[in-house]
Design a protein around this ligand. Structure first.
Ligand code: DAH
Length: 337
């Protein structure tokens, strides 16, 4: 009888522990602890044991019974916990789906593309030139006098004596004209580099959109009219453009381009320094020296050119007061567009 109880204890505990789920556990419970289970059967036999042995055996039987019940309860708890955690991990099909994060265009690129779109509508095509330029395209072909300050190491990043990070997109004008005869009608977007100290309105790397049109009979009025149309398309009919005399080696005459400050509508504010105008670029009639340099007949052809700062326009468009926000990659800023 002793042995039987001992065996039962071992078997029952092992079986409970091995039960993989509620169903198996319940089967095991019926087998060992049920009304017709093994434990009851042994208890029944106790009646036929001699009275001297009965108390000791009874005690052992009770102890075994307690242990087996404990083993069952313990496994029951474990299985319940397992089920609960599985349910927690399960997919709830009634929850709304998780949308993938879709990226969007950087405000600078969006502005540039809008600018390009307007010029495409005016019959211009898009070309690109290299970020790393040589001395000839950067300065010589653009009619810079020797020792012009723009060539200074203080203004321009040199890679070697003859290779530099372009400080403007104007070299693309030369590359295009070398490749084709007039009529030329192109815009050239791209990155430019200057040794500027970074502040709210300057950065060592920035974007320009260059424009060039060469044909027979092109006048200053064409330049002004084209840029007026551009300004209105970009900023609406209330936006006006101001031309003021300026100087660039590759244009003659040259003009600074300013637009009505759209922050204050031309009333004068902090952003425009109370003038009501914001300078956005330069322009002019292509200097005949430049045309002659690429072999164009300067008696037949005239042209205009312009270069506009993309950051400036993007800042105007969105009321952004610090150029550095474009380059820091701060999602709090970028997500607003
Ligand atoms: N390249 C000039 C600059 O970066 C801007 C400019 C002025 C471009 C006159 C032109 C132009 O094409 O004709 O300041």
């Amino acid at each position: 009888m002793d042995d039987k109880l001992e065996q039962l204890r071992q078997q029952a505990v092992e079986t409970f522990q091995a039960a993989a789920d509620e169903e198996q556990l319940e089967q095991a419970r019926i087998e060992y602890l049920g009304r017709h289970g093994q434990l009851r059967e042994i208890m029944k036999d106790l009646g036929s044991v001699s009275p001297e042995l009965r108390p000791a055996l009874g005690k052992l039987a009770n102890q075994v019974s307690r242990e087996v019940e404990q083993a069952f309860a313990q496994r029951q708890e474990q299985i319940a916990a397992q089920v609960a955690s599985q349910e927690a991990e399960a997919i709830d099909v009634t929850l709304p789906g998780r949308a993938p994060r879709v990226g969007k265009q950087h405000p600078l690129l969006a502005t540039l593309e809008e600018m390009i779109e307007i010029f495409l509508g005016l019959g211009f095509t898009v070309v690109e030139g290299p970020d790393v330029e040589n001395y000839y395209y950067s300065f010589e072909a653009l009619n810079y006098p020797e020792l012009h300050p723009a060539m200074d190491e203080q203004m321009t990043f040199y890679i070697s004596d003859n290779a530099l990070l372009r400080s403007q997109t104007s070299p693309v004008q030369i590359r295009v004209m070398e490749q084709q005869q007039p009529p030329v009608r192109i815009v050239a977007p791209g990155r430019c580099f200057r040794r500027d100290t970074v502040d709210a309105t300057h950065c060592h790397t920035f974007y320009q959109l260059e424009g060039l049109l060469v044909d027979e009979g092109v006048t200053f009025a064409d330049l002004k009219g084209t840029l007026e149309v551009f300004a209105r398309e970009m900023f609406g009919p209330q936006c006006h453009m101001r031309f003021r005399p300026d100087f660039f080696p590759f244009t003659e005459p040259s003009a600074e381009i300013a637009l009505t400050c759209i922050i204050c509508g031309g009333e004068g504010c902090r952003v425009c320094g109370n003038t009501g105008w914001l300078e956005v670029g330069g322009s002019g009639m292509v200097d005949p020296n430049v045309l002659a340099g690429v072999g164009y007949d300067t008696e037949t052809y005239t042209g205009y050119a312009f270069g506009v700062g993309v950051e400036r326009l993007a800042m105007l468009r969105h009321g952004i007061d610090d150029i550095r926000l474009f380059y820091t990659g701060d999602m709090r800023f970028l997500q607003q567009f």
